[in-house]
Design a protein around this ligand. Structure first.
Ligand SMILES: [Fe+2]
Ligand SMILES: [Fe+2]
Length: 194
């Protein structure tokens, strides 16, 4: 059975649509952090599911496509890595991974009933949210348009094919859609309850 993930054939559009999904997760992370800061309890499975989304959809899949495919192509067109915009993006991906690691450690302790760890979770959640929000802004408004102008039609088609290969071979059939459904479920659970 074949499965078409993307109808549009522009690699930049595909990544920008992923940003819109990641922003929905960031919105939920901020909401959860605010509740923890207010001394309310949040189901540990909600924290763990949000981290699952961030690790797999945002980091492994989206940042993976950027690091291994898009930025590689941009650098071949002369956009600098070291000391340039790509280097800044790579550094911010790494900073994000540190915050995710800290949140995961806190979430595990919270799951074991240690609610003193809520501050560790919420401070890293707020830091991650700020980091990713401005990171996505820079990609959408500066780096993607800058690099996108340098790509030929054939290169764009090739990038789309390589993105689809990542989805199929590294993420697995239907996994992308599974994570979009997870965000919808978490929105129902978090935003429609107090
Ligand atoms: Fe990025
Ligand atoms: Fe991105």
């Amino acid at each position: 059975m074949t499965h078409i993930h993307h109808h549009e054939q522009d690699p930049i559009t595909i990544l920008m649509e992923e940003h819109r999904v990641i922003e929905r997760a960031i919105r939920l992370l901020e909401e959860v952090a605010a509740r923890l800061d207010a001394g309310k309890q949040v189901e540990p499975t909600i924290l763990i599911n949000l981290l699952d989304f961030i690790r797999n959809f945002a980091d492994r899949c989206h940042h993976g496509k950027e690091e291994k495919i898009l930025f590689q192509t941009f650098s071949e067109h002369g956009i600098p890595v070291e000391g340039g915009p790509i280097g800044v993006m790579l550094f911010e991906h790494e900073e994000g991974r540190k915050a995710v690691k800290a949140m995961a450690e806190a979430a595990l302790k919270i799951k074991e009933g240690d609610w003193r760890q809520t501050h560790l979770f919420s401070s890293n959640a707020k830091g991650y949210s700020q980091l990713l929000t401005q990171h996505i802004y820079k990609e959408d408004n500066i780096l993607y348009p800058m690099g996108g102008r340098l790509l030929s039609k054939e290169e764009k088609e090739d990038l789309v094919r390589r993105f689809e290969k990542v989805e199929r071979e590294e993420m697995g059939e239907g996994v992308h859609e599974k994570y979009i459904r997870l965000i919808e479920e978490l929105e129902d659970k978090i935003l429609w309850s107090s």
